[in-house]
Ligand binder design. Structure first.
Ligand SMILES: NC(=O)c1ccc[n+]([C@@H]2O[C@H](COP(=O)([O-])OP(=O)(O)OC[C@H]3O[C@@H](n4cnc5c(N)ncnc54)[C@H](O)[C@@H]3O)[C@@H](O)[C@H]2O)c1
Length: 267
């Protein structure tokens, strides 16, 4: 029970269509299993409710809440819901992010609409969620923010523009809020997942590229130094659990790759 008595908001706690487990759902499940009460935010309320139902089966506490990270008012309402229900916010986990599903494209093909859409979802959404949760944490003089970037931020040959730019910006933004909130006892860290076997990452590519799921998965597996296999959503969730817990009480401003060594290849 590493998060006993803690209140957590997980933004993007449902998951997209496809096989297996997504990062946001796994994180919500693990936080709840470790004792946190979790507000599970998602634009897809039904999917967030599925997450909450799994937690309830496990004996934990998780409440689904509909919010769209591109609409600040819904994030403000989510923060108010958590505070109204449980009185505080100890952990804010910003998981929402997408690439191909938002119309991302290469430097010569990217459109204004796709770039704006992906920026609003990947970057502005996190910034707005923090804008409303940080004052609560400042008043408590304690809190942990965990943002989800990607090793795409560091990769030298990542093909599409908006995902790379927004995920790189997530690192700079996290360092900024870590500095500005350290005096309040708030820790802000960012996780860089590598190739993870989630429905959004694998099934979306299979659909977009007209390949089978197994073909996409095999190509991704081959690019991972450790185990020659993609990571799972649990790998990301366990990193988030560590950063959220007291065990990380002297850690802030860190960009932590969870990638089986793939970022070492810088490709
Ligand atoms: N899967 C990977 O290989 C991989 C690699 C690097 C980084 N990541 C990052 O991990 C995060 C999660 O990825 P995942 O593939 O596990 O997805 P996921 O399964 O966690 O699904 C993301 C959730 O976000 C929700 N969402 C989408 N738009 C939203 C909006 N506007 N408002 C609120 N909720 C919204 C979706 O409904 C979905 O439930 C993303 O930030 C992604 O960029 C994933």
């Amino acid at each position: 029970m590493r998060l006993a008595e803690k209140i957590a908001i997980v933004v993007g706690a449902g998951q997209g269509p496809g096989e297996g487990l997504g990062n946001g759902r796994a994180t919500a499940l693990l936080f709840a299993r470790e004792g946190a009460r979790v507000l599970a935010l998602d634009i897809d309320l039904k999917s967030a409710q599925e997450t909450a139902a799994i937690v309830a089966e496990d004996g934990g506490t998780c409440v689904a809440f509909e919010a769209d990270v591109t609409r600040e008012a819904t994030l403000e309402a989510a923060v108010a819901e958590a505070v109204g229900r449980w009185g505080r916010i100890d952990i804010l986990h910003n998981n929402v992010g997408l690439s191909l599903a938002g119309g991302d494209a290469g430097p010569l093909e990217i459109t204004e609409a796709a770039f704006d859409r992906i920026s609003a979802i990947n970057l502005r959404g996190t910034i707005m969620a923090c804008k409303h949760a940080l004052p609560v944490m400042r008043a408590q003089r304690a809190g942990a923010v965990i943002n989800i970037s990607s090793v795409a931020a560091w990769a030298t040959n990542y093909p599409t523009v908006a995902y790379k730019a927004t995920k790189a910006a997530m690192i700079a933004y996290t360092q900024q809020i870590a500095t500005q909130n350290a005096a309040f006892g708030i820790r802000c860290n960012v996780i860089l997942p590598g190739l993870i076997d989630t429905p959004m990452a694998v099934d979306t590519r299979a659909r977009t590229w007209g390949k089978t799921r197994a073909e996409v998965a095999a190509a991704r597996d081959a690019r991972v130094p450790l185990r020659r296999k993609m990571g799972t959503a649990w790998d990301v969730a366990h990193a988030a659990l560590f950063l959220a817990s007291e065990e990380a009480s002297f850690i802030t401003g860190v960009a932590l790759p969870v990638d089986g060594g793939s970022s070492l290849l810088r490709e």
